[in-house]
Design a protein around this ligand. Structure first.
Ligand SMILES: [Fe+2]
Length: 350
């Protein structure tokens, strides 16, 4: 059967027949068949989109003047993809992105919810997130997990505004009609922490009565460690093209969270790296340096990422990253939908 053969349209059918179908909650498939099963590859609604941090930052700070934290709970500007409709608050089919502002002395109260979240710290010092009783300090580039069902709250003991990028699988969990939250009271903070216990690769804590067995043993991934790991990898393997690490559960080696994947990528000085077309959508957030991004959609898009800028690319699309600096590496935080695609059996590379 040729894909070129036009299929029957809804308007080809008699109105009384269409009305009779509707009255019984029935729909003919063939007028919509090509839309839901397009030939050869999907037709993503996700548009390659760039959010400049310098452009959004004044508006985020103004939100701090306009809306007290008590009226916001979470003071966030959502990075919304126009291809999905801004009001739907999606960066991609499964990813939500938000820039969150916390001012000195503020407290974003404790809650838990079904969507999984991570925080990528963008600017400021002195803030912390308490997750499941563990106080996680927040510094630029740190990745902090707040997985499904775990209590979390944010506080700020510093003297300047703190901003972080929230990445959630909210669009997917909402689509599944499984999204809800529960508010709680201020958490008692445990003295124990997990980030240093798992910092050294290949070594995990082993209490004599057996392994810890927590689903989320590591909640904070310090940027200083990720950056050092990338620099060591680049130095030790000079021929390695993609200098990248993935944030994993150190007890199992599996993805740190269930639905979205998180990675840190280093571009060597002057390096151009083309990522192959893969099925999941991706988000790039520049931690350090200056990077040109080309997204090879049907109408190709190109952006220059300055530090703290964020962009997204639809799946099934090659993306080329170029480090604009000839003398210094660039560091990019990458979030994608790869764990979801792998679990569903639809992951592919072209
Ligand atoms: Fe939350």
């Amino acid at each position: 059967m040729s894909d070129d053969l036009p299929l029957g349209r809804l308007e080809d059918l008699p109105a009384d027949y269409v009305d009779a179908l509707r009255a019984l909650n029935l729909v003919p498939l063939w007028p919509s068949l090509r839309a839901v099963l397009p030939p050869a590859r999907p037709r993503p609604a996700t548009q390659a989109t760039h959010w400049s941090y310098q452009a959004l930052r004044p508006l985020l700070l103004r939100a701090g003047e306009l809306t007290p934290i008590e009226k916001a709970e979470r003071r966030v500007l959502v990075l919304a993809n126009p291809g999905h409709g801004l009001e739907n608050m999606k960066a991609s089919p499964a990813m939500y992105l938000g820039m969150q502002l916390l001012l000195p002395g503020e407290w974003a109260p404790s809650h838990r919810h079904t969507p999984n979240a991570v925080r990528m710290v963008v600017e400021g010092e002195g803030a912390w997130t308490t997750v499941d009783g563990e106080k996680c300090p927040m510094s630029r580039g740190d990745l902090i997990l707040t997985p499904t069902g775990l209590w979390h709250e944010h506080g700020h003991d510093g003297s300047a505004p703190v901003v972080w990028l929230d990445v959630l699988d909210l669009p997917l969990v909402y689509y599944m009609e499984a999204s809800y939250h529960v508010n709680g009271t201020r958490q008692a903070q445990r003295s124990e922490r997990g980030d240093r216990a798992y910092t050294r690769g290949g070594m995990v804590p082993t209490p004599v009565f057996g392994r810890a067995g927590k689903r989320y043993p590591m909640l904070r991934y310090p940027w200083a460690e990720a950056r050092a790991a990338l620099l060591a990898l680049a130095e030790d393997q000079p021929a390695l093209e993609s200098v990248q690490i993935t944030y994993v559960n150190p007890e199992t080696g599996e993805d740190a969270e269930n639905i979205l994947g998180f990675h840190a990528l280093m571009l060597r000085p002057g390096q151009t790296l083309t990522l192959p077309a893969r099925s999941p959508a991706q988000v790039f957030h520049l931690i350090e340096g200056s990077v040109d991004v080309q997204v090879a959609t049907d109408t190709p898009k190109a952006f220059t990422l300055a530090e703290a800028d964020t962009c997204c690319a639809p799946g099934y699309t090659p993306v080329t990253l170029r480090n604009r600096a000839a003398q210094a590496p660039a560091f990019v935080f990458v979030a994608d939908e790869s764990p979801l695609h792998r679990k569903l059996g639809v992951y592919e590379t072209r």
